[in-house]
Structures are given as structure tokens and as C-alpha cells.
Design a protein around this ligand. Structure first.
Ligand code: AHR
Length: 633
């Protein structure tokens, strides 16, 4: 028997209880959420022509008869110094091809907006832009006619004549001569909310459907950088897109035996866009900033304490950017970007996965400065791995002494660990810092192993653990699975919540677990007891219960991790139940089952009505996650 006492609220479920963690890993931003289709549009990658091919012109083989392109660096342009200089020697003979991010996904009849800057066209009368497939077949085209000597922006539109996951964009030239080009950019006309410089609609929709309480950005390790110079600097990611300074991605390295040498951050998806998408999907923004420490797993480079001021100023300026009036310097930058209203930032994170005395010394300086100017701003602090390399919660005691408000803990552990640790927060001090379970995911093989799967065992084990997070809502205020997004052909880390390729995307089984919890988080925690005992979450049955004051319902979540069905008699006191309820079940026959591009909803929730009379008996399918919702009378 599961006894639920709905008479009193044990704790408020924070609106931020279930959120999302975004990091530009696995091509999550460029080539992913950010809908730009041209790779290296402004020729700023370490190799300035990376992503561009000149099949009929090969400098190394001295075959430059048809023409050749190179890049020129304009020393007066700080953020976007390089532009392309093409010499066309043979009309119709020279071509330049952009390969996109593992190709470009185009859909029959859909429209694509092209834009570029052109200057110094001498003898070149027209540039033709064509989608082509592997065999060179043209799948849509448009052209642009340069009509000015100096830099000028041009736009045009292509309509795809076929659907193709791996199209390229080919440029050919009418006339013979020279031409300079920059910011060659291509977006689907259909982006999230139809925005220019927009985001991929299907991916934002998946995020929106989660009803996330918060959006943490921009990471993860990319906050810190491998060196301090390579840390994420938000100020370089706002303002006009062509003036945002490119940075090598911290995941551009051989990681998990996968090398992605073409991984750079253009910052087309920058801090303004993160705030904007947070607002769009109803999530509280949660930016995390560098605390003056490069990644402790890499160089661990430290900024001296007496040189920390610019880092602290970045935090203060970010708050002004998000919340300041349009009369303030940074509030004006926000307004000029199209959002005069404040973004209403309430929380800010100082450092990611950092620990030890070096962190504490820097954290204290941030805390003092932020609280002096913005006393209500909630600060999220990081924590480190235990000396045995176990999960990240080390440093908590020190932070508690400092009255830290929220500590960010991370754990990437085997599925069994999640089932065995559903009680993790039962003993956490209710008067200590609140918890942000900021990164977690069950690892089917080993942490970040390339063989990890988003399998059903991992997903229901996370669900079992999440009942424990929920039962401890008094202390656990924010939680998020990580990483969020992964390109089928561009990932470094697995498992991931959402998988995509250039055309399509799907939520893993773990995604549906997150969705079930986030969509049914309720407003008030109520007590659950199993067979008269406090639910410990051990064994093979896990439960939590909440009331939703707005919907006037009682929601009970039950996870059966056993390979056999279990029957639970529900005994609710302190509330009068309606006679019918809904039960939503997420289950799959085998531990190894997964969703995939071929079967994207193989594991997805099914809802049905059930009658509730007296003490209803619920039969829980083997290895299942069940959400039982009943209106209160
Ligand atoms: O989620 C992948 C990485 O795992 C994050 O960047 C980092 O914070 C953690 O170690």
C-alpha cells in the first residue's frame, strides 16, 4: 500500500525544479540549434578556408587555371578580420563549395534566405548559388548581381527542389575578374518564431515541450576554457552578428576518441539569443560565468586575485545587460538588439565544476561584489570531484560555511547508482545551501564512453532517482540532465537527451522521463509512505507525490525497476478524489531498448483514463515509469 497524505504541503516545488542544461558540445550550437547552414561563413576558422572546397582549383597541384580564392586579413576589423578574395580566370570554370555542417539539410519546397557582403567586384557580373547533392545535381538556385564598389550587403532566396540531408552550396561566377566576399550566410526561412539569425524550429520545439523551469547556459566546460584566454566571454557574443569574435570550441579536441577539428564557436547564438530563447520557452535564464579559473582538468590556469576585477565586472555588466534600464550602458545594448524590456534575470552562476581554496577565494570576491550591487541576485556556486574522482559535490562544506545559496552538483554514474542513490538528499541539511543537480545522466558503460547508450535502463533509473529529487524538493531547487543536444555525426559525448541530424531530431527515452517529471511537477510536495514506512527509494519501487494547486490535482509518480509487474494499492488521505484519473506510462520491454532516428518514439508515454474508487489498485508494468493524476474535489 502506498499511503499518500495530501492534507499538508511538506514543501513548495520550485518552478525551477526541472530545467535544461545547454552547452555547445556535440555541435549543439553551430550546426545544431543555431540554424546557420554555412560552415565558416566569415572565414575566421583557424584554417580560414575550412569548410570551403575549390574542386576545380587546387593550389597544391598548381591547378589554378580556372581561378583561386584565398583570404585577406583586414587589420582594422577586430572581430571579423578575414574576408574571401576570389580570382576567376575562366568563366564557368571556377567554383567554390561550402560543405555545411556535415552537409546541409534541405526540404523540398522550403525556402532558404541567403545573405552576404560583397566588395571590389572587378569583371564579375553575377554570382550563382546552387544547392547540389553528392552527384552535383542542382536542387535549387538563386543569384546575386554585385552593383557597388565598396562593401555592400546582398540578399537572395533559394527554394529547394528536393529533400536532401547532405546538400552543399555551390558558388559559380559570371564574368572573369576578382571579387571579395564575407559573411556568406544561409538560414532556413522557417526558424523558431521566424526570427532572422534564428534557431532550428524542431529543436526549440522539443525544448519548449519540456516546459523547463530554467535554461542554464552556455555550459559546462566551455565556460571555463582550456586556458583563460579561451574562456567564454559573453560580451564578445552580443551586438551585430558579424562583429562577434569567433573562438575555438573547448570540445575541438580528441575527446572520447572522436576528433572534431572543425569545431568553432561563431557566437551567432550568443547571450542575447540565450536570454531570448529562455523567455520564449518560459524558462528562467541561468547564465554561468568564468570565475577566473580555466578548466581544472586542463591547464587549471588561474587569474591572480588582484587581477580578478574584469571577471567580476563581466558578471555585474551581465546583470545590467539582462535587467538594466535602457538608459544604462549594457541595458542599451540589449535594447538596441531588440529587447528594451528587461529579461528579469534572477540567478547567476560563478564557475563550473571548480573547487578547492582557489575557487573559494574567487567565489568570495564575486559574491561580495554581486551582493553589494544586486542584493537579491541568487548566486549558484560550483563544486568539484571528490579526490577519488567520484561525482561532483566536493567543496560543499566550505560553501555551507559561507552561506552559499545554491550549490551545483554533477554526477555521471552507472544506472544502478541512480537507483541506489534515490535517497541521496534525504539527509541533506534543510538549513544548508539549496541544491542544483546541474548535470546528471546514467552512463551505460562508463563516464563519457563513446559506447554509452540512451537506453531504457538508464532512463528509468534516472526516473527512480528523480522521485528522490522530488521528495527532497525542500532542499533540491533545480535539476537538469546533461548534455542536452547531440548531432548524429558531430558528437563528442554520449549519452545525450536529444539527438538530431541535418533534417530531423528525436527525444531519447531519457527525454521522455524529463518531460514526464517537468510536465507534472505540481506545486506542493506531499507525504508518501510505502507499507507504512517512509519511502526510502531503495529496492525496486520508487515513489513521490505532489499536489498541483493550479490544476487542483494530486499527482503520484511511481517507478517500478523490477523485471516483474508490481501492484500498488493507493490509499490517499487528506483529500477527496474524483472518480476518474489518468495514468501515463512510459515503459519498454528490454533494458537495452532505445529511441532512434528510425524509431523516434519507440519509448514514449501513453496516457489512459482509469476509474478511481475506494483504494484503487495500480498495476505497474515491469520496468516502468508511471504518472497517476487525479482531480481533487
Ligand atoms: O556535460 C559534459 C561535461 O561534463 C560538461 O561540460 C562538464 O561540466 C562536465 O564535466
Amino acid at each position: 500500500t502506498l499511503d499518500v497524505d495530501a492534507s499538508k504541503s511538506l514543501a513548495k516545488i520550485q518552478p525551477t525544479m526541472y530545467g535544461i542544461f545547454f552547452e555547445d558540445i556535440n555541435m549543439a550550437a553551430d550546426g545544431g540549434l543555431y540554424a546557420e547552414m554555412i560552415k565558416n561563413r566569415s572565414f575566421e576558422f583557424a584554417d580560414p578556408l575550412m569548410g570551403w572546397k575549390q574542386p576545380k582549383s587546387d593550389r597544391h597541384n598548381f591547378n589554378t587555371e580556372s581561378g583561386i580564392a584565398t583570404t585577406i586579413k583586414d587589420k582594422d576589423r577586430k572581430a571579423n578580420a578575414n574576408y574571401l578574395h576570389a580570382i576567376v580566370k575562366k568563366e564557368g570554370g571556377y567554383e567554390l563549395i561550402n560543405e555545411g555542417f556535415r552537409g546541409m539539410g534541405i526540404v523540398k519546397d522550403a525556402k532558404y534566405n541567403l545573405s552576404l557582403a560583397i566588395a571590389h567586384a572587378e569583371g564579375i557580373k553575377k554570382i550563382t548559388f546552387e544547392f547540389i547533392d553528392k552527384s552535383g545535381k542542382v536542387l535549387g538556385q538563386t543569384s546575386v548581381t554585385p552593383d557597388a564598389k565598396d562593401w555592400k550587403n546582398y540578399t537572395a532566396q533559394l527554394t529547394a527542389t528536393a529533400t536532401e540531408a547532405k546538400a552543399n552550396l555551390r558558388l559559380t561566377f559570371t564574368g572573369v575578374g576578382t571579387i571579395d566576399m564575407d559573411m556568406i550566410s544561409l538560414f532556413p526561412q522557417e526558424t523558431w518564431k521566424g526570427r532572422k539569425n534564428g534557431l532550428r524550429k524542431d529543436l526549440v520545439q522539443l525544448l519548449y515541450d519540456l516546459k523547463p523551469g530554467f535554461l542554464r547556459f552556455p555550459g559546462g566546460c566551455i565556460v571555463e576554457g582550456r586556458t583563460l584566454a579561451q574562456r567564454y566571454q559573453w560580451k564578445k557574443t552580443v551586438g551585430p552578428v558579424d562583429q562577434r569574435e569567433l573562438l575555438i570550441n573547448r570540445w575541438n579536441e580528441e575527446f572520447a576518441h572522436r576528433l572534431t577539428p572543425d569545431y568553432f564557436q561563431t557566437f551567432g547564438l550568443g547571450f542575447f539569443e540565450y536570454f531570448q530563447v529562455s523567455e520564449d520557452i518560459g524558462a528562467e535564464p541561468l547564465p554561468i560565468l568564468s570565475c577566473g579559473m580555466a578548466c581544472q582538468f586542463n591547464t587549471g590556469e588561474l587569474v591572480p586575485l588582484d587581477e580578478l576585477e574584469p571577471y567580476v565586472q563581466d558578471a555585474l555588466d551581465l546583470i545590467e545587460f539582462a535587467n538594466g534600464s535602457t538608459q544604462t550602458a549594457w541595458g542599451k545594448v540589449r535594447a538596441d538588439m531588440g529587447h528594451p524590456e528587461p529579461f528579469n534575470l534572477k540567478m547567476i552562476g560563478v564557475g563550473n565544476e571548480q573547487w578547492g581554496p582557489d575557487y573559494i577565494a574567487r567565489y568570495k570576491i564575486f559574491e561580495k561584489a554581486i551582493k553589494a550591487k544586486y542584493p537579491k541576485m541568487i548566486i549558484v556556486s560550483g563544486s568539484g570531484p571528490f579526490p577519488d574522482g567520484d561525482y561532483f559535490a566536493y567543496g560543499h562544506d566550505e560553501l555551507k560555511k559561507l552561506n552559499a545559496e545554491i550549490v551545483d552538483e554533477h554526477y555521471y554514474k552507472p544506472p544502478q547508482w541512480f537507483r541506489e542513490n534515490a535517497t541521496r538528499y534525504d539527509k541533506y541539511d534543510r538549513k544548508g545551501p539549496k541544491i542544483f543537480a546541474g548535470e546528471y545522466a546514467a552512463q551505460s558503460v562508463a563516464i563519457a564512453s563513446p559506447d554509452n547508450k540512451n537506453n531504457w535502463e538508464c532512463a528509468y533509473s534516472e526516473a527512480a532517482f528523480m522521485t528522490g529529487l522530488e521528495r527532497n524538493a525542500e532542499v533540491v531547487h533545480l535539476t537538469s540532465y546533461a548534455p542536452l543536444l547531440a548531432h548524429e555525426e558531430g558528437w563528442q559525448w554520449t549519452p545525450d537527451l536529444i539527438w538530431f541530424n541535418n533534417l530531423t531530431s528525436f527525444g531519447s527515452a531519457n527525454y521522455y522521463v524529463q518531460k514526464l517529471f517537468a510536465n507534472n511537477k505540481g506545486t506542493d510536495l506531499v507525504s508518501v509512505k510505502l507499507a507504512g514506512k517512509d519511502v526510502t527509494g531503495q529496492g525496486n519501487l520508487f515513489a513521490s507525490a505532489v499536489k498541483d494547486a493550479k490544476k487542483k490535482t494530486l499527482i503520484v509518480k511511481l517507478v517500478n525497476s523490477d523485471s516483474k509487474p508490481q501492484t500498488v494499492k493507493l490509499n490517499v488521505k487528506g483529500a477527496k478524489l474524483a472518480s476518474s484519473a489518468t495514468v501515463t506510462v512510459l515503459t519498454s520491454a528490454n533494458n537495452a531498448d532505445e529511441n532512434s532516428f528510425a524509431e523516434p518514439t519507440k519509448i514514449s508515454p501513453k496516457t489512459q483514463n482509469t476509474s478511481v474508487k475506494g483504494k484503487p489498485e495500480l498495476t505497474l508494468a515491469p520496468r516502468s515509469v508511471n504518472v497517476f493524476e487525479v482531480p481533487l474535489q
